[in-house]
Design a protein around this ligand. Structure first.
Ligand SMILES: Nc1nc2c(ncn2[C@@H]2O[C@H](COP(=O)(O)OP(=O)(O)O)[C@@H](O)[C@H]2O)c(=O)[nH]1
Ligand SMILES: [Mg+2]
Length: 208
């Protein structure tokens, strides 16, 4: 799929304020500063779409974008892309952390058009508990997800491969099946085609 058009729609404080669930929805989430906004901008060919921010943990809203793509046979794919507020930002209060948890749980469990969650993992690090724990939550809630390892340009290919492998190995302790995963760099524009092809494929499976 090629992205033809990507527009920002709305930022919502909770599920009730989100746009009508009329399109398949793909949500992106991960630790603050993992490279989520940069990845979204790369996928949509627009450096200004999602704000890439130097002050993480600030955006506590559910951000909707309406995407129009062109797939195989010139088929038009309309879908929502959602930029979710990140987890694991150290400086937030207990209260805002709880608010985040409630908002995210509510959104992930009740959003009826939610098709897939992309969980972003920083490829520079060895497996982190906070990411593995978040995946356990998704399992508990039975939310389908894929993994996206970000910032692959920052370390050698060897280190990135090891971190990816170690992460999947760590998952094997509690998971019967491993999710699909992608390795990306927003700087080098790597991984974009595979992610968009996957979204197209999932859209096709929905039979739209
Ligand atoms: N080298 C490199 N830096 C990246 C990449 N993606 C994001 N960054 C940088 O990491 C920081 C956080 O990125 P951002 O997209 O705002 O992360 P977010 O908080 O998850 O939305 C910024 O300084 C980005 O320029 C990448 O693929 N490669
Ligand atoms: Mg961001």
């Amino acid at each position: 799929m090629r992205i033809k058009n990507a527009v920002y729609l709305i930022s919502s404080p909770d599920l009730d304020k989100c746009p009508k669930p009329t399109q398949p929805e793909y949500a992106f989430i991960g630790r603050s500063n993992v490279g989520k906004s940069s990845l979204i901008n790369m996928l949509c060919n627009n450096d200004k779409l999602a704000k890439t921010s130097a002050s993480p943990g600030k955006t506590q809203l559910i951000n909707h974008f309406e995407i129009t793509g062109v797939g195989a046979g010139d088929k038009i794919h309309k879908w929502y892309l959602v930029d979710l507020p990140g987890y694991g930002f150290a400086v937030v209060s207990q209260r805002s952390r709880r608010r985040w948890e409630q908002m995210i749980e509510n959104y992930l469990r009740k959003r009826e058009n939610l098709t897939m969650v992309f969980v972003l993992i920083d490829s520079r690090h060895s497996p982190q508990k906070i990411d593995l724990n978040f995946l356990e939550q998704l399992k508990k809630w039975q939310i389908p997800f894929c993994l996206i390892f970000t910032k692959s340009d920052k370390e050698t290919q060897r280190t990135v491969s090891k971190n990816v492998k170690d992460f999947l190995e760590a998952m094997k302790k509690t998971w019967q099946f491993l999710p699909q995963h992608f390795v990306t760099s927003a700087i080098k524009k790597h991984g974009k085609d595979k992610i968009l092809a996957h979204i197209e494929e999932v859209n096709e499976q929905l039979g739209l």
